[in-house]
Design a protein around this ligand. Structure first.
Ligand code: PMP
Length: 352
């Protein structure tokens, strides 16, 4: 029998609905980082999700889970406390499924995230940034709002493990397949921990040999937790969406084999190089992840693994940070180095 004729391209690349646009992101070999590590470093292009970040997956996973448990009913409201990307994911998924969205966010997050949430039709509640122990913290504020609002659910991304399940079920098998089953290492930073724990668990289910590394920014407490068993932070970071001070439910039992601590300056080097040399405009957590992936690649090589292949997450688009990461005044205010091409007198102030 003759094999069936392939579907015309227009059908092969056509999805049944917009929610199917979430996930199945490309994986790309990163030339500069691979050269720096002396082995292949791959980036999972999570900026290619409809909400331009990795958090679309968690948003979809959490909302689908609340629907199937019966907690989220037609015309319901999804309420969440978020640094921004989860809110954007929730707003898009909620719009597609007919729910309302309320987002509570610290008022020091990027302007672009706030404008995007408003543009998507979410109700935005801004609160001052405080320590987690303070009842005014954005997470606690969002929980109280959900309790007080009829027909609302609290997405609870930090402690709702539907978040990491989305990565166990989608991100991990995608990476495994895209790398043809040769995954020697995976690393990324943690915000909720959903990505590192979920991808870690999913890849370990494929092979126990995959080395899972946490890449922690300064100011977070997880590096010392995995290195020494104590939640302790050091320094600070301007990176949005990452940096955790506690073991969230998503992080419980995460199979972390090793850990790296990466500074904003190191992360920025890779944000700048990926932009200039490879045409990728990313946020700072992606740069920190790439710096961690290079460390992991070097470690695997030093341990005698032949031609190690390492994957990491390119978490979100840099277009979300034009007023911060790509703004010389913001960088100077944070005492971070300004990209050469943004320095005045270097063409940055020209309009032509
Ligand atoms: N990078 C960015 C830009 C994010 O918004 C987030 C989510 N908070 C992360 C990384 C970390 O992802 P996770 O919550 O799965 O740990």
């Amino acid at each position: 029998m003759k094999p069936p004729a392939p579907l015309p391209n227009i059908l092969a690349n056509t999805l049944a609905n917009t929610l199917d646009l979430i996930g199945n992101t490309p994986l790309v070999r990163l030339a500069g980082p691979s050269e720096a590590a002396g082995c292949d470093i791959y980036g999972k292009c999570e900026f290619a999700n409809p909400g331009a970040s990795v958090k679309d997956r968690a948003a979809l996973g959490i909302i689908r889970d609340a629907e199937s448990s019966g907690e989220l009913k037609p015309d319901g409201t999804v309420i969440e406390g978020t640094a921004g990307n989860t809110g954007i994911g929730i707003a898009l998924v909620a719009n597609a499924l007919g729910y309302k969205t309320v987002i509570v966010m610290p008022d020091n997050q990027s302007r672009e995230k706030m404008d995007t949430l408003r543009a998507l039709g979410a109700r935005l509640v801004l609160v001052p940034p405080t320590k987690f122990a303070n009842p005014g913290h954005f997470v606690h504020t969002s929980r109280r709002l959900a309790e007080e609002t009829p027909g609302a659910i609290w997405a609870n991304q930090f402690d709702n493990i539907a978040n990491r399940r989305a990565h166990i079920e989608t991100t991990a098998p995608e990476i495994w397949e895209q790398m043809g089953g040769k995954v020697d290492g995976f690393t990324c930073a943690a915000g909720t921990g959903g990505t590192i724990a979920g991808v870690g668990l999913g890849l370990k289910a494929k092979s126990e040999k995959v080395r899972i590394a946490l890449t922690d920014p300064h100011g977070a407490a997880l590096y010392s937790y995995y290195a020494e068993g104590e939640l302790k932070s050091e320094g600070s970071s301007a990176a949005e969406g990452i940096g955790q001070g506690r073991i969230t439910a998503n992080l419980e039992g995460a199979p972390i084999d090793t850990q790296f601590r990466i500074s904003d300056e190191e992360g920025l080097v890779w944000v700048g190089r990926l932009l200039q040399e490879e045409g990728l405009c990313l946020g700072l957590s992606s740069g920190i992840n790439v710096a961690g992936a290079i460390e992991l690649g070097k470690q695997l090589k030093a341990d005698g693994i032949a031609n190690p292949q390492v994957a990491t997450i390119l978490c979100d688009t840099g277009f979300r940070y034009l007023s911060s990461l790509y703004n010389p005044e913001w960088l100077a205010e944070k005492e971070l180095p300004v990209f050469d091409w943004l320095k005045s007198g270097n063409g940055a102030d020209r309009d032509d």
